[in-house]
Design a protein around this ligand. Sequence first.
Ligand SMILES: Cc1ncc(COP(=O)(O)O)c(C=O)c1O
Length: 508
Amino acid sequence: VLLIQLQPDRGPLHRQIYAELRERVLDGRLAPGERLPSTRLLANLLSVGRNTVLEAFEMLLAEGYLVARQGSGTYVTDSLPDASPWHGAEPPPLGPSPPLGLSAWAERALSSRAYRPALPPPEAQLTVHFRNGLLPEAPFPWPIWERLARLRLGYPRGADFQYGQPLGLPELREAIATYVRRARGVRCTAQQVMVTSGSQGVLDFTTRTLVNAGQAVALEDPGYPGASRAFAAGGARLVPVPVDEHGLQPEALPPEARLLYLTPSHQYPTGGVLPIARRLAVLEWARRTGAWVLEDDYDSEYRYAGRPLAAMQGLAPERVIYGGTLSKALLPGFRLGFLIAPPELTEVLAEIRYAVDRQPPSLDQQLAADFLREGHFDRHLRRMRLIHAERRRVLLEALARHLPGWSWRDSGAGLHLYVRLPDEVREVEVIQRAAAIGIGLYGASQYYLQPEQAPPGLVLGYAHLTPDLIQQQVARLAAALAAPASAHERRASAALPDPGTDPALRSG
Ligand SMILES: Cc1ncc(COP(=O)(O)O)c(C=O)c1O
């Protein structure tokens, strides 16, 4: 049993001895309680130095495969340690798994991948992305977050890390309610607040709770792909409602729908701010048809000019579900958002959450609550508004100077800009030519439910780029687009598929 075949090409000898002995313990060739020969004898047997065997024994002792008894030697343990049989090394290759037999939900969620912007070619070597949703990490007040974390993790900790409330930590719900009442005119108490995993959590829980497969969900077109994905995964029939420069057009609302999703403060992606008359028309439609309204107030913190309109929820708190996120005010990786609903609905959400993820993580909630309550959130936002307003100004100036054929409406808000390309320009071609010089651009057509009928456009995320970089890259882009296409590019462009029809451009 102990004649171990050592091989020069299989790593250090003590590791080989360790692994071989461990395997023998695990498969029972070395029985529980069995005494091992002395290290000296084993070293002779294997023709290695005694230290090599000692090292292997020490590892096995430390991990509990062997036990040493004073004065009487080394034995195989009676109780095997609870370790994975391959001990963290590369696991053995898996055999074939049974047929997946995906659920209808999973099938629908997979098909909903179609709702994503047209992307740069996957093979492109991009050095800069005008990608929406990215935020700069440097200005985040990390030292404050770190201090708050130390306070929360230090002693005494209390019972804060046991199971908590499914709707979220009460102090965070209170802080959120206070904030949205003050900053957004939302009418709610803390009891109506549910802490979620970002806006996506709001969309997911709303769909699960209120929408049956086959029911109509009306949504802005173009609109937020994250919303289309959640509704499509739930089996909803997506009913597009067209959008103009002011946002959703209420006269085009369908005769009935279970739910309407919209972004009234800053239409995503086109940027319109829904005027009050339209808000009232939407709510009138909802009352008439009995539809729920889901208001996604995703970036309302960032309004650089003019007074923001309060949230729609304040006009009809009994019918509007308000979705908010900290993805833009903090960073998207924090995965914190919130849903505010009438109390009857929040009570249901509290129950059904036990079946989903039970509750949000405690520490994240504690830190967010402290951050909001102690005023760091407001200070951080004031700073970020200045930073983003400057970036936006620089972007608009650079575009006006270098790309006069492109057009946009400045909503004076948000962290992205929707630009219309001239009608004769092909969106995929612009994306491709930008990718050729390392610039990532993202097409707007895929935000439409029927991309092939969309006008050519781009959604430019700039929040994570410094003003200098924005200036520089817009100038480079303009120069590249102005240069006559090379013969190679012309050939490549002629072969370009349309983003509306080519699945490879939607994924990747
Ligand atoms: C319309 C809209 N809603 C929500 C979000 C944020 O989603 P989450 O909170 O899930 O990160 C975004 C991000 O770009 C968005 O554009």
